[in-house]
Structures are given as structure tokens and as C-alpha cells.
Design a protein around this ligand. Structure first.
Ligand SMILES: CCCCC/C=C/C(=O)SCCNC(=O)CCNC(=O)[C@H](O)C(C)(C)COP(=O)(O)OP(=O)(O)OC[C@H]1O[C@@H](n2cnc3c(N)ncnc32)[C@H](O)[C@@H]1OP(=O)(O)O
Length: 394
């Protein structure tokens, strides 16, 4: 399969104009015409940039470029599924189909972002000395870019609905630590593809160490505590751009963000009881404060899924935008925020958040310890097995 990808990659030279005939369809009429032209221009220039990349970005990235290009120009996957032995076309079809109903405008934006992160990461990685930490230049599960005073951390496992695997937990911590020290004024977390994130990657439960499930649960609790701690301590304004459905830990963490902007396609779902688990991300403390104990119970105990509008009415989301204008409107706003004096913003965040920090760390520790026990329960193990054996989805 690797050889087939390689051959395909060489033949196509990962350049969209050679992937398929380029034809730009009529774009959605309700978009502002100027914004549309600008976005089209960015898209065209990104396509040219791809041709200029000096290094092969690898087959996984080429598949992502292909899928985003097709989605941006033709919309959701409309080809019949290739047969199992047609490996190359099956891989391309899978990548495109995984984008689901992602709007063309968002696909175009994601294509531009991917090319931009690729240009900077491949350029800078060619400059780093051998042995330098690769994570300071490139990530496996994230796309991290920094411009206009904004560091953007984009969850980048769209074919897995941006589920958080162990590597992604580590990379997010790394990216947050780097962002806390870089010269950007604000930091944004968002997702690539049609999901914001489907939460914890349930296959994390399958890799059992020699010490057995007890050791697995203990390590999970240590990782989770450190991970959530990075959000509690993050010093700059931290904004979530919830581009699509959010599940589990990607929802609970929102209580630790300074603003949450959501597309009207987003939903918010914390099915912990269904999974035999209990709340994390400090949500057992932040959610009752944000939305009242009863509303928090509906979400965290009964697993009620909220629409973006409902989440906004309950204070979890700051503002909801139509999906067709979500990227444009939110980025315009964020670019204006990022021009404000950074030290003033940092100090104001500190004064709003600091008196809660100690409490939040204590809540985090307690939640992790409770979860450690839950992960060893039959209820949890059965729920995970059911998902992995494809018997259940949310
Ligand atoms: C160590 C720290 C622990 C922190 C504790 C955190 C707790 C949580 O976050 S609890 C929430 C856990 N998440 C879930 O239970 C979601 C499970 N996923 C689903 O129910 C569904 O996949 C879906 C509703 C999110 C999307 O359904 P659909 O649109 O039909 O897409 P697919 O199911 O076909 O998904 C595509 C692809 O992605 C894989 N996948 C999606 N989510 C996860 C996940 N959370 N973990 C692992 N894998 C996931 C899915 O299996 C498909 O993979 P392939 O079959 O290989 O294509």
C-alpha cells in the first residue's frame, strides 16, 4: 500500500492542478462578494504555493490536500466508493468522504491553512539543525500556525473526527506551552474537517502496558491531570472556534476557555454515563457555575446533547455564527482582538481567572482520581468494547 501511495504521489506530484481538472463552481450566493473574491484569491495562491513546495509533504498530507481541494471545488464526495482492491482510489475516496458535509467555504479555508502551515513547517524544518526537537517545527496530529498576533492550534485528525489520541494530548500540551511563550497575543483552538473533536480516542484504551489495566488507568489519570492543568494555567486569552460537533473532553474543557465561538453546525455532547465514565476537564465545577446545577446535570449525568444555540443560551458558548460565514466573521473579530495591547489582556485574564486557579487544580485532581476508578469498571470496559466492535456509536 505504501508503494502504491508513493507511486501515486510521484505521478500526481501533489499539485491540485494535476490531480484533477480545476473548475471553480458557482459559490454560495449568500456570501459577501468581496470576501468571496478574496477567499478565492487565497485559494488560488495556495494552489500555486503547493507547486512550489521543495519537499514532498508525505502521502497522508497529500491525501488531505486532495480531499480539501475536492470538497472546496465539488462539495461532498459524490463518487461511487471504489472497490477494496483499488487501493489508491479507495484512499482518495476515504479522505474526501471523511470530510462529510463540510461546506465548500470551510474546505477552501482549511486548504489555505494547511498549505500555509506546510510551507512554514517544511521551510523551517529544512533550516533546523539535526537533532532539534521535531515538535518545535512540525506536529503529527496538529497544525499550528502563528500570524497576525494569533497562534492557531488546529486538531488535525479529520478522518478520526479529531479524536484525541495519546500523541495528540502530548502535542497539544507542547503547543500550548510554546504559545504561552511566543509573541502572539491570543491563542485559538479549532478542528480540521467536519468535527471540532469526537473527544478521547477510544482506542487509547486498547494499548495495555505490562502492568495491566491498573497501570493503564493510573497513567491515563496522570496524563489527563497534566493535560487539563495546561488549560487551567494558560496565561493568554484562549479562544475555542468550535467548527462542528464536539464530544466528551473537547466539550468539558470549554469551561476553561476565555471565549467560545461556535458554528451553528456545532453540537455539544458529554455522554459520560453512557460510557460508564465521569466528568473531567473541571466541568464538574465549571458547568454548574456557568449553566446552573440542573442544566449541568442534564449534560454531564444524563448526556443531553445541546445545539450551538442551546449551549449559547446556557452560557457555555459566547456566540453562534452561521456556518457559511463562521470562519470569515470569527477571524475578522479575532484579528481585531489580537491588535489590543497584549500585556493588558494577559493581566486582565489573570485577574479574572487567578482566584479560581487553586480550586480548579484541586477539582482536576479529584476528577482524575475518580475517572481512574471508572476506567476499571465493567460499565466503562463494556461501553468501550461496544464502540470498538462497532456495536454502538453515540
Ligand atoms: C486519557 C484522557 C482521557 C480523558 C477522558 C475523556 C473522555 C471523553 O472524551 S468521552 C467521549 C469519547 N468519544 C466518543 O465516545 C465518541 C465515539 N465516536 C462516535 O460515537 C462516532 O464516531 C461519532 C458520533 C463521533 C461520529 O460518527 P460518524 O459520523 O458515523 O463517523 P464514524 O463513526 O464513521 O467515525 C469516523 C472514524 O473516526 C473514528 N472515531 C470517531 N470518534 C472516535 C473516538 N472518539 N475514538 C476512536 N475513534 C473514533 C471511527 O471509529 C471511524 O474510524 P474508521 O472506522 O477507522 O473509519
Amino acid at each position: 500500500l505504501a508503494m502504491a501511495y508513493l507511486a501515486w504521489g510521484l505521478a500526481q506530484r501533489w499539485c491540485p492542478s494535476s490531480l484533477q481538472v480545476i473548475s471553480f463552481p458557482v459559490v454560495q450566493l449568500h456570501l459577501n462578494r468581496t470576501a468571496m473574491r478574496l477567499s478565492q484569491k487565497d485559494f488560488e495562491s495556495a494552489m500555486n504555493q503547493v507547486k512550489l513546495l521543495k519537499k514532498d509533504p508525505g502521502n497522508e498530507v497529500k491525501l488531505k490536500l486532495y480531499a480539501l481541494y475536492k470538497q472546496a471545488t465539488e462539495g461532498p464526495c459524490n463518487m461511487p466508493k471504489p472497490g477494496v482492491f483499488d487501493l489508491i482510489n479507495k484512499a482518495k475516496w476515504d479522505a474526501w468522504n471523511a470530510l462529510g458535509s463540510l461546506p465548500k467555504e470551510t474546505a477552501r479555508q482549511n486548504y489555505v491553512d494547511l498549505v500555509s502551515s506546510l510551507s512554514s513547517s517544511l521551510e523551517s524544518s529544512s533550516q533546523v539543525e539535526p537533532g532539534t526537537d521535531r515538535k518545535s517545527t512540525g506536529y503529527e496530529t496538529l497544525m499550528v500556525t502563528s500570524e497576525d498576533g494569533i497562534t492557531k492550534i488546529m486538531l488535525n485528525r479529520p478522518t478520526k473526527k479529531n479524536a484525541l489520541n495519546v500523541e495528540m494530548y502530548h502535542e497539544i500540551m507542547h503547543a500550548l506551552k510554546a504559545a504561552s511563550k511566543d509573541d502572539s497575543a491570543i491563542t485559538v483552538l479549532t478542528g480540521n474537517g467536519d468535527y471540532y473533536s469526537s473527544g478521547n480516542d477510544l482506542t487509547n484504551f486498547t494499548d495495555i502496558p505490562p502492568g495491566g489495566v491498573e497501570e493503564k488507568a493510573k497513567n491515563g489519570a496522570i496524563l489527563l491531570r497534566e493535560f487539563v492543568g495546561c488549560f487551567i494555567d494558560f496565561p493568554k486569552p484562549l479562544i475555542a472556534m468550535v467548527n462542528g460537533p464536539a464530544v466528551g473532553i473537547s466539550v468539558t474543557l470549554l469551561g476553561l476557555f476565555d471565549a467560545v465561538y461556535a458554528s451553528d453546525r456545532a453540537t455539544f455532547h458529554t455522554p459520560f454515563s453512557h460510557l460508564g465514565q465521569s466528568p473531567e476537564g473541571c466541568s464538574s465545577y465549571t458547568f454548574p457555575k456557568i449553566m446552573s446545577p440542573a442544566k449541568a446535570t442534564e449534560m454531564l449525568v444524563f448526556g443531553k446533547k445541546l445545539t450551538a444555540g442551546e449551549a449559547c443560551a446556557q452560557g457555555l458558548v459566547t456566540e453562534v455564527f452561521p456556518d457559511s460565514t463562521f470562519q470569515k466573521e470569527v477571524w475578522t473579530r479575532l484579528k481585531a482582538f489580537a491588535k489590543l495591547p497584549p500585556n493588558a489582556m494577559r493581566i486582565s485574564k489573570e485577574i479574572i481567572r487567578n482566584r479560581e486557579k487553586e480550586k480548579l487544580h484541586a477539582v482536576n485532581a479529584e476528577e482524575c482520581s475518580v475517572l481512574q476508578g471508572r476506567w476499571l469498571s465493567d460499565e466503562c470496559m463494556n461501553a468501550v468494547m461496544n464502540f470498538l466492535s462497532r456495536k454502538s456509536k453515540l
